[in-house]
Design a protein around this ligand. Structure first.
Ligand code: NAP
Length: 537
C-alpha cells in the first residue's frame, strides 16, 4: 500500500525545523527509506542553539545527557569541553551532526512554512512556504520546539526607541559591543540571568527590570579533562537507557527515601550535598514531594532563600531578589554563576517592577512610574509563547478545515503530545501535554518522541495511509494530563508552564507532569498494542 501512496506526494515526510528534533527526525526517517524534506527558517541548523546566541547562553543540562544516542561513532568521537557547554559549542555539535550524517542536502534553509492543509483525497498534507512553494507530503512533522516564538511585552513605544534593541531569542550574529554603554535588561528568568551575569562587568551601567524573582541554583561547571571525559564516556552504555527511566530525562532521579522518613539533619545534609553538586539535581534529584507537598516545598524554598540572601550585600536588594510568593520548582529553576554578585556592583541597579512599573519605552530609554531611565541599549529577555506558539503560528487545517489555532482557542488538547484528533499524519515534538513541553531534558524526550513517531509512520505505511488518534483516546489522555497536573503545586504559580506569561492564553499546565519514565511507558504501550487508540486506515 505504501508505494502508490508515496507516489502521490512530493515527499513522504516534510519536517519543519532543523533543531535537535528535526535533525534527528530527518536522519531517522531517511534511515527507514523515506523521502524527507526539512524546512528551516534560519540560515543554519541548531534551532534554539542557532537563535539564542545571546551573551552567556549555555545549557542547564550536563553535556553528557544533552546529546544524541543513536550513533556509537558519534558518541565516541565527540568530546564535550565542559559540564555545561556554552551555546557556541552545542551549535557546533549540531552542525557536526548535520555534516557527519549528510543531513544538509535535504534541508531548505531561510524558508518558513506558513500553512498546511490536510487533503483527504490524497491522504496527505499540502504545505505552503513563504517562498511561494507548495509541497505535498504524506506525513507532516512540526519539530518547531517548545520555546521558539519570542514575545515582547506590550509596553507602548518600543518602536520609538532610538538605541540598540534586542530580544535574546533573536540575537544578532554580529558582535554586540557593551563597553561604556547604559544597558537595560527586562526579564530575570533563565535567559535574563545568563545575560545579566555575563555582561554586568562589561557594560558602563546596567538597569535590571525585574517583575518576579526566581529560585536559582549555583552552577558548578568544571572543564572536562581527558580523565573526566573517559569516566563520563564509560557511563554512556548505561546512561543512554537510564535517561528514559527518570522523572525528567536526566541521569539522576529523586531521592529514594521519603522526606517524612528523614530527620531534619538528614534532610539538610541531602540538600547541602545536592546544592554542592551545582546542577538541576537539586531540583529533580531531591525530594519528589517538592512538587506535591506544600510543607516539603516550603522547607526547600526556605533553604534556597537563605542561600540567595547570603550572597547579596544590601539587605533591601536581597529582599527583592528572594522569591516569597510561590514555591521552589513550581517555575523553571535556572542555574546561575555570579548572578547575585552582579547586584553587589556599583554599575548595576535593580528596578522592582512591582513597586515602579514600566509605563512606556521612549526614544531614549524606559519610563517607569518613578521616573525616566536613559539607556543606550535595551535587551528583552522576556521569553516565549511556549508550547503552542510555533504550532499555532502556522495555519494548520485538519479534516474539518478547522485550524489548530481555532481548535486550541477552545481548550488545549493532544494525544500524548504528539498528535491531535482530526489532524491525521500530523506529528509534533516538544508539544503540549508531553513532558517534553517543559519537564524534560530536551534531547531525551526529543529522541524518544522521534523514535515513536518513526514507528507510527512505518506502521501506518504498512497498514493504511493515515493515522489519527480517536477522540475517545485523546479525551482520556487530556483528562489524565489534567489530573496529574492538578496533583502538583505547579498550577498555583504564574509562569510560562501555565501559559500565564501571555495575556489571554488558556491557563493550563503545558507539560505532562507524570514523568518522562511513565510517559515513555505509556507511549511504548500504545505501540506494542498496534497503536491502540489510533485509527489507521
Ligand atoms: P521566561 O522564563 O518566560 O522569562 C521571561 C522573563 O521576562 C521573566 O523574568 C518575566 O517576568 C519577564 N517578563 C515577561 N513579560 C514581562 C513584562 N511584561 N514586564 C516585565 N517583565 C516581563 O523566558 P526565558 O528566561 O527566556 O526562559 C524560557 C525558558 O527557556 C526557560 O524556562 C528554560 O526552559 C529555557 N531556557 C533554558 C536555558 C538553559 O538551559 N540554560 C537558558 C535560557 C532559557 P515574570 O516572571 O514576572 O513573568
Amino acid at each position: 500500500m505504501s508505494q502508490p501512496q508515496s507516489a502521490m506526494h512530493d515527499f513522504d515526510a516534510v519536517v519543519v525545523g532543523a533543531g535537535i528534533s528535526g535533525l534527528y527526525a530527518l536522519h531517522r526517517l531517511r534511515e527507514k527509506g523515506l523521502r524527507v524534506r526539512v524546512i528551516e527558517a534560519g540560515t543554519g541548523v541548531g534551532g534554539t542553539w542557532y537563535w539564542n546566541r545571546y551573551p552567556g547562553a549555555r545549557t542547564d543540562s550536563q553535556s553528557e545527557v544533552y546529546q544524541y544516542w543513536f550513533s556509537d561513532e558519534l558518541l565516541a568521537e565527540w568530546n564535550w569541553s565542559e559540564r555545561f557547554p556554552p551555546q557556541a559549542e552545542t551549535e557546533r555539535y549540531l552542525n557536526h551532526v548535520a555534516d557527519r550524517f549528510d543531513l544538509r542536502r535535504d534541508i531548505s534553509f531561510e524558508t518558513r512554512v506558513t500553512a498546511a492543509t490536510w487533503d483527504e483525497a490524497t491522504a496527505g498534507w499540502r504545505i505552503a512556504t513563504d517562498r511561494g512553494e507548495t509541497l505535498s507530503a504524506q506525513f507532516f512533522l512540526m519539530c518547531t520546539g517548545g520555546l521558539s516564538t519570542p514575545v515582547f511585552p506590550p509596553y507602548p513605544g518600543r518602536e520609538t526607541f532610538k538605541g540598540e534593541l534586542y530580544h535574546t531569542a533573536k540575537w544578532p550574529r554580529t558582535p554586540v559591543e557593551f563597553a561604556g554603554k547604559r544597558v537595560g535588561v527586562i526579564g530575570t528568568a533563565a535567559t535574563g540571568i545568563q545575560v545579566i551575569q555575563t555582561i554586568a562587568e562589561k557594560v558602563g551601567a546596567m538597569t535590571v527590570f525585574q517583575r518576579t524573582p526566581n529560585y536559582t541554583i549555583p552552577m558548578r561547571n568544571p572543564k572536562h579533562d581527558d580523565a573526566t571525559r573517559a569516566a563520563v564516556k564509560a557511563r554512556y552504555p548505561q546512561m543512554r537507557h537510564r535517561v528514559h527511566d527518570t522523572f525528567a530525562g536526566f541521569e539522576n532521579d529523586f531521592q529514594p527515601k521519603a522526606f517524612a522518613e528523614l530527620s531534619n539533619e538528614e534532610r539538610v545534609r541531602i540538600l547541602e550535598d545536592l546544592w554542592a553538586d551545582g546542577s538541576l539535581n537539586f531540583w529533580i534529584g531531591s525530594f519528589r514531594e517538592v512538587f506535591t507537598e506544600p510543607e516539603v516545598n516550603e522547607f526547600i524554598s526556605e533553604f534556597v532563600r537563605n542561600k540567595i540572601r547570603a550572597r547579596i550585600h544590601s539587605p533591601a536588594v536581597a529582599e527583592k531578589l528572594v522569591p516569597t510568593t510561590y514555591g521552589f520548582g513550581t517555575r523553571r529553576v535556572p542555574l546561575e554563576t555570579k548572578f547575585y554578585e552582579a547586584f553587589n556592583r556599583d554599575n548595576v541597579k535593580l528596578v522592582d517592577l512591582n513597586e515602579t512599573p514600566i509605563e512606556s519605552i521612549t526614544a531614549t530609554g524606559v519610563q517607569t512610574s518613578a521616573g525616566h531611565i536613559e539607556l543606550d541599549m535595551l535587551i528583552f529577555a522576556t521569553g516565549f509563547d511556549a508550547g503552542t506558539g510555533a504550532l499555532t503560528g502556522v495555519d494548520i487545517r485538519g479534516r474539518t478545515g478547522q485550524s489548530l489555532k481555532e481548535l486550541w482557542s477552545k481548550g488545549l488538547r493532544s494525544t500524548l503530545g504528539m498528535q491531535v484528533h482530526g489532524y491525521p499524519n500530523l506529528f509534533m515534538t516538544m508539544a503540549p501535554m508531553s513532558p517534553a513541553a517543559a519537564f524534560c531534558n530536551v534531547p531525551t524526550c526529543s529522541q524518544q518522541q522521534v523514535d515513536w513517531i518513526a514507528d507510527a509512520i512505518m506502521y501506518t505505511r504498512e497498514h493504511g495511509a493515515a493515522i489519527d488518534p480517536t477522540a475517545e483516546f485523546e479525551d482520556k489522555w487530556v483528562a489524565h494530563h489534567d489530573e496529574v497536573a492538578n496533583m502538583t503545586l505547579v498550577p498555583k504559580t504564574n509562569s510560562w508552564y501555565m501559559g500565564a506569561n501571555i495575556a489571554g492564553k488558556e491557563r493550563r499546565l503545558l507539560a505532562y507532569a507524570g514523568g518522562v519514565n511513565n510517559y515513555r511507558i505509556a507511549c511504548d504501550d500504545v505501540k506494542q498494542k498496534n497503536f491502540e487508540g489510533f485509527k489507521v486506515a
